[in-house]
Design a protein around this ligand. Structure first.
Ligand code: ATP
Ligand code: MG
Length: 399
């Protein structure tokens, strides 16, 4: 029996003239996400993308699971392909849905006839197919309001398709259709969630992590790589820069007042992130900041950080409670990694009494005594680059 996956476009169906390029982007991302599941071909018609295996033994269940994380998909389902002949449709429905129908108590049939040349109208298809399935599975009852199973038959351009309930897609818009941004990723809970949220809005992600060896450990670095891996099913690919930040932090500690450490450090991070962003055609920075969460995330502190870069700073979790952020972190499976206890460079150098209402004047004055231009150049030049993509060789349990 021929099977495929029907992909229903989400928001992209609304994008008018851009629709084609959005769909093409979605198909490209979907193809990449199926690496390792076998060979699939993609084609499209009537707001639907068809994803069909071209070889025996393709991993359909795996493909379905992967596609559920690809942005731009509203809903999807695994379906059997039948010729547009009612006898064939009946026979295939009874056989293909055997397990599901046996396990159900109630069902209904839904028909969608987008090929109007098909001789039977939708109500007739429902009635006839429903009657036939009842005769084959006499334990079933019809329930049109709350059925255990909805058997759907879609009569479309290229054939008829049979399936049961659709699965929800990830929503959003296809990654890459909104350009590229640089995510500042710590080992914490918030920044991976921020990256996920912007990928959902169509941004391709690059990421930068500031490490301060020997104050921060190799495990902290591996933890961030693992977090980027966890983002991969959504972000399609992530290029991670690991930047050595120790010398800059030490210079800040030696030259600046302690209560301004965190903010001055954050501003240097912004400057380095901006340099890497511009070298790689990223048009914005992304952080996991949320108003009021910690001292460096007051309105005044955010303003001082913003001024350190010309690029827009996207902060998708800015108005979210920690509990809301954690809910998403669990959903995308970054939470358990984020709470591993390895020290971040910020934690190592946290002042005892950080300023919550910094004045830009004080910060700029303090920075006059800080000459880290050469160290910043060097940090950018020597950043470690790690390119992660769908067939990236994951190493389980390295941390
Ligand atoms: P997170 O859970 O993302 O670490 P947080 O609530 O702990 O956030 P901070 O430590 O104040 O907040 O960091 C605020 C933001 O600054 C982070 O969300 C992240 O975008 C960025 N950031 C902090 N530390 C680093 C780092 N070592 N490397 C890259 N970005 C960082
Ligand atoms: Mg943090």
């Amino acid at each position: 029996m021929r099977e495929l996956i029907l992909i229903k476009n989400g928001e992209i169906a609304l994008k008018g003239l851009n629709r084609n390029s959005f769909e093409d982007k979605l198909i490209k991302n979907a193809k990449r996400s199926l690496a390792g599941c076998g060979q699939f071909k993609f084609y499209k018609a009537q707001s639907t993308i068809y994803c069909e295996p071209v070889e025996e033994g393709a991993d359909m269940a795996g493909a379905l699971e992967r596609l559920q994380k690809v942005f731009g998909i509203a809903a999807l389902c695994r379906a059997a392909v039948v010729e547009k002949d009612f006898e064939a449709i009946k026979a295939t429905a009874a056989a293909y849905l055997k397990d599901t129908l046996r396990a159900a108590r109630t069902f209904k049939v839904e028909a969608k006839r987008s090929d109007k040349s098909f001789a039977m109208a939708s109500p007739e298809i429902c009635r006839e197919l429903g009657g036939y399935l009842l005769s084959q599975y006499p334990h079933l009852r019809v329930d049109v309001h709350r059925p255990d199973v909805t058997v759907t038959v879609e009569i479309r351009d290229f054939g008829a398709y049979l399936h049961t309930d659709q699965l929800p897609g990830a929503g959003g818009i296809p990654v890459g259709s909104g350009g590229k941004a640089m995510l500042l990723i710590s080992g914490g809970i918030d920044s991976p969630v921020a990256g996920y949220m912007m990928a959902k809005r169509g941004l391709e992600l690059e990421a930068v992590h500031f490490a301060a060896p020997p104050y921060t450990s190799e495990r902290a670095r591996l933890k961030v790589i693992r977090l980027c891996e966890k983002l991969l099913p959504y972000a399609v690919s992530v290029r991670l820069y690991v930047v050595g930040f120790t010398e800059i932090q030490v210079a800040i500690r030696q030259n600046c007042p302690e209560d301004l450490f965190t903010l001055i450090m954050r501003r240097q991070m912004m400057k380095i992130a901006e340099r890497l962003a511009e070298e790689n055609r990223c048009e914005a920075l992304i952080t996991g900041e949320s108003v009021g969460q910690v001292a460096s995330q007051t309105m005044q502190a955010l303003a001082v950080t913003d001024i350190a870069t010309r690029l827009p700073v996207l902060r998708p979790v800015i108005g979210m409670d920690k509990t809301e952020i954690i809910r998403i972190a669990r959903q995308i499976d970054t939470f358990e990694t984020s709470i591993l206890p390895y020290e971040d460079c910020c934690t190592v150098f946290t002042p005892r009494h950080p300023k919550t209402k910094p004045r830009l004047g004080d910060i700029l004055k303090a920075e006059e005594r800080l000459d880290v231009a050469a160290q910043i150049d060097q940090a950018v030049r020597e950043a470690e680059v790690i390119q992660l993509c769908a067939d990236w060789p994951r190493q389980e349990e390295i941390i």
